[in-house]
Design a protein around this ligand. Structure first.
Ligand SMILES: NC(=O)c1ccc[n+]([C@@H]2O[C@H](COP(=O)([O-])OP(=O)(O)OC[C@H]3O[C@@H](n4cnc5c(N)ncnc54)[C@H](OP(=O)(O)O)[C@@H]3O)[C@@H](O)[C@H]2O)c1
Length: 339
């Protein structure tokens, strides 16, 4: 796995400096996969949490291109079309999203513009170029009433503006691009942290608040599948290599509540902050969230792709990775590693 030397230097500073080499054009030799050696993958959002890990786990035959937002802004339909025509992709991966769940309630138009309308336009452009669109969606398209892991065949029913906009994006992607693959993920944590969530993620927020000595109130009545973007990214490339189109759920294994997730973060870090379990009503977030949004991995199983490791094991690996990145560099130490 490629591990950019830039990463170590910038962890702890705003995540925007975690930038991959501009227009990374990485040609990789044959692997055991069956993908074409002349395939060209355009990754939108390579500075984001999931995008960053997709870029560093790319190992398929072919070339990965990571145009920055300044050159491929999916809200600018004309330039997006021109850039895609120039890049001649066989696959476009779109990780760009408005994922500030509470803010989407106050600014639904902006959430819809990025999560739905721009996806529709992107899907049209991909269809015109004969390109496969790989688009990412969320567990928040479900209402949680099932109370058991949701399969790709379950009917969505989002509770908030974010989920409604993401579901609209899923549908536009599949309606307008015949070969679209929509991958639902959930509860992401990764070393690049989330651009759309003020450059942070749940793990980092918990650690920061605990370090500041703040008493923590975390909801215990919302159960999800927290997911390490490094593991999700590896599985995503396998799904793409399989040629599957339609829906696919990719998350870390297992489930937990946000409260128990926080508890495990502190246990693994040897911290003992004041942590109180609260209900969603007591917490009073702006957006309504599903009480249960765990995604089942039925499609992954059918494709013969192993489910990513359990979220607790993945969390320990993430914490180890961020510790290694924060450790002072030894003079002359190389920066190639695997995760
Ligand atoms: N984060 C979660 O917990 C979570 C949970 C469920 C589903 N998801 C879904 O998973 C996907 C990835 O999430 P993430 O947390 O990795 O996102 P993220 O960290 O917020 O990254 C989004 C990326 O998209 C880029 N971007 C934003 N607007 C753009 C535009 N108009 N044109 C081109 N690029 C643009 C951002 O660039 P800049 O660096 O320039 O801002 C950034 O690189 C999204 O579809 C999200 O809805 C996320």
């Amino acid at each position: 796995m490629l591990y950019p030397t830039e990463l170590r230097a910038h962890v702890g500073t705003p995540r925007r400096s975690l930038i991959l080499p501009r227009y990374t054009a990485r040609a990789v030799g044959d692997t055991e996969t069956v993908t074409r050696p002349d395939a060209r993958y355009v990754l939108i959002g390579a500075t984001g949490q999931l995008g960053f890990d997709l870029a560093r786990t790319f190992e398929l035959p072919g070339t990965l291109l990571t145009p920055p937002r300044s050159e491929l802004d999916i809200l600018d339909a004309r330039r997006m079309g021109e850039t895609l025509r120039a890049l001649r992709p066989t696959h476009v991966l779109n990780t760009a999203a408005w994922n500030a769940v509470d803010a989407a309630e106050d600014e639904p138009r902006r959430a819809f513009a990025l999560n739905a309308e721009a996806v529709g336009t992107l899907a049209e452009a991909c269809q015109a170029l004969g390109t496969t669109l790989v688009h990412f969606s969320t567990d928040y398209v479900f209402d949680g009433a099932k109370g058991a892991p949701y399969t790709e065949d379950d009917a969505p029913n989002p509770l908030g503006a974010y989920g409604v906009s993401k579901l609209a994006g899923e549908r536009l992607a599949r309606e307008r691009c015949g070969s679209a693959l929509v991958i639902r993920v959930s509860g992401l944590f990764g070393v690049a942290r989330s651009a759309g969530k003020d450059g942070t993620n749940f793990v980092e927020t918990m650690l920061r608040l605990a370090r500041e000595g703040r008493p923590l109130r975390v909801v215990a009545d919302q159960v999800l599948g927290p997911s390490y973007t490094l593991d999700v990214a590896r599985a995503v490339w396998r799904v793409i290599a399989s040629g599957h189109t339609g829906l696919c759920h990719v998350t870390s294994g297992g489930e937990t509540s946000w409260h128990d997730f926080a508890h495990e973060i502190f246990r693994l870090e040897g911290m003992t902050p004041s942590l109180t379990a609260v209900s969603s009503d007591e917490y009073g977030a702006r957006a309504k969230r599903p009480p249960y949004s765990v995604l089942a991995h039925r499609r992954l199983g059918a494709l013969g792709i192993a489910e990513p490791r359990a979220w607790g094991v993945a969390l320990a690996a993430y914490l180890a990775e961020r510790r290694a990145l924060n450790a002072p560099a030894r003079p002359g130490s190389g920066r190639r590693t695997s995760g």
